[in-house]
Ligand binder design. Structure first.
Ligand code: HEC
Ligand code: HEC
Length: 328
């Protein structure tokens, strides 16, 4: 049973509560009995401050000083560069099983969408027609040969059309990802002699591989058959040039971007890094698209991913478009 005093107390509590919510909004600040240091004069980011000659409230660090915890002296760790400014070809932190797992975790968050779970460049972003520059497979001769520091740099600084992930991925996690990319590369490139020491059925693996190749071959043939009925026009070629992000690396105004311009390309003489040359006819342009590392144009790097998923009709349309850039 409640005593009368308790009852009175409870009743007044209810009354007070009811009084405090009067069902309307108020412009007045709420009652704030203990101010602590909640309210003080301060400047917002980017605000002006006439106290300083340059009028800025935000100050730059005093020259010659480094904020605590920000001394990034070891360039091999923070930039992946040795003392000569060359990319390091080792991972400059301790590699453990946990570290590798951490790399896998971050890789799956940040890289899989484009580079694919196995690093084959077929992430979900690349399978749709979203107009992205294709992410390369990590299982090519060139990327297997990349020094560790250069992979680190791709994450830290971005590379050509790939943005930097420095703001999302901490230094240590970047190295963890490099470790995992190396593990992925090894997983797809084990010479047969080395396979023998593992408990795997080579014959079975080989037959799985053949099946997969046959499946891909059948898909390619189906695409080819469908493309026989496609229209081939320069307008379609121009659309494809944008949709497939060719424009990220090839201009149409004669300026060199990552790759050579398409202006004036058709039927011109091309010189290659191996000293040979050729005329840019239909066959050459087709080869440049489906097998870009066959001939590397002089003055450029071997960085174009292969577009073998384009159908014959699509490639012919792109060639029609390229032709229009030489007619004058
Ligand atoms: C939005 C898609 C996208 C994401 C996400 C992405 N990449 Fe890339 N990556 C690309 C593209 C596109 C290129 C090719 C850029 C070019 O050649 O212009 C590339 C190139 C690379 C290269 C080759 C660099 C070279 O020297 O040729 C490496 C290594 C690489 N990425 C690693 C990573 C790692 C590690 C991650 C995760 C932290 C990642 N990428 C996330 C799209 C992506
Ligand atoms: C990541 C950048 C990049 C993208 C995207 C790209 N290319 Fe390239 N491409 C290059 C580079 C670099 C070269 C020169 C090196 C070489 O020969 O591989 C080149 C060479 C070529 C050449 C030979 C050019 C010449 O001057 O002889 C053709 C044709 C070509 N690309 C077509 C295409 C088409 C079509 C697309 C889109 C479907 C495309 N490229 C997308 C980078 C790119």
């Amino acid at each position: 049973m409640l005593t009368p005093i308790t009852r009175l107390f409870a009743l007044s509590l209810v009354a007070l509560t009811l009084m405090s919510c009067r069902g309307q909004t108020s412009e007045k600040p709420p009652v704030h009995p203990n101010l602590n240091m909640d309210f003080q004069d301060r400047f917002n980011a980017q605000e002006e401050n006439s106290f300083f000659a340059d009028g800025r409230a935000m100050r730059t660090p005093v020259e010659g000083t480094v904020a605590r915890g920000n001394l990034r002296q070891e360039s091999e760790i923070f930039e992946g560069l040795d003392e000569n400014g060359e990319f390091v070809d080792y991972i400059p932190v301790d590699v453990t099983r946990d570290f590798l797992e951490r790399g896998r975790n971050s890789y799956e968050i940040y890289c899989t969408v484009c580079h694919g779970g196995t690093g084959d460049g077929r992430g979900i972003v690349m399978t749709g027609n979203y107009g992205y520059v294709p992410a390369p497979t990590f299982h090519s001769e060139r990327l297997r040969g990349l020094p560790d520091g250069e992979i680190y740099s791709a994450i830290a600084n971005g590379v050509r059309n790939m943005p930097s992930y420095a703001s999302q991925i901490k230094v240590e996690d970047r190295w963890a990802i490099v470790t995992y990319v190396r593990a992925l590369q090894r997983s797809q490139y084990v010479p047969e002699e080395q396979m023998q020491q593992f408990d795997v059925d080579l014959a079975e693996l080989r037959s799985e591989f053949t099946e997969e190749q046959e499946r891909q071959q059948a898909m390619a043939e189906a695409r080819e058959a469908a493309s026989a009925e496609e229209e081939v026009t320069a307008q379609r070629g121009e659309r494809l040039y944008v949709q497939n992000a060719c424009n990220a690396c090839h201009s149409v105004d004669g300026s060199a971007v990552v790759g050579p311009s398409f202006a004036g390309l058709y039927e011109s003489e091309r010189n290659f890094t191996d000293g040979t040359s050729a005329i840019a006819d239909d066959a050459y342009i087709t080869e440049s698209i489906v097998q870009p590392d066959a001939k590397i144009v002089e003055g450029y790097q071997n960085v174009m991913a292969n577009y073998s998923y384009l159908s014959e009709g699509e490639i012919e349309s792109i060639i029609e478009f390229i032709k229009t850039l030489s007619d004058n």
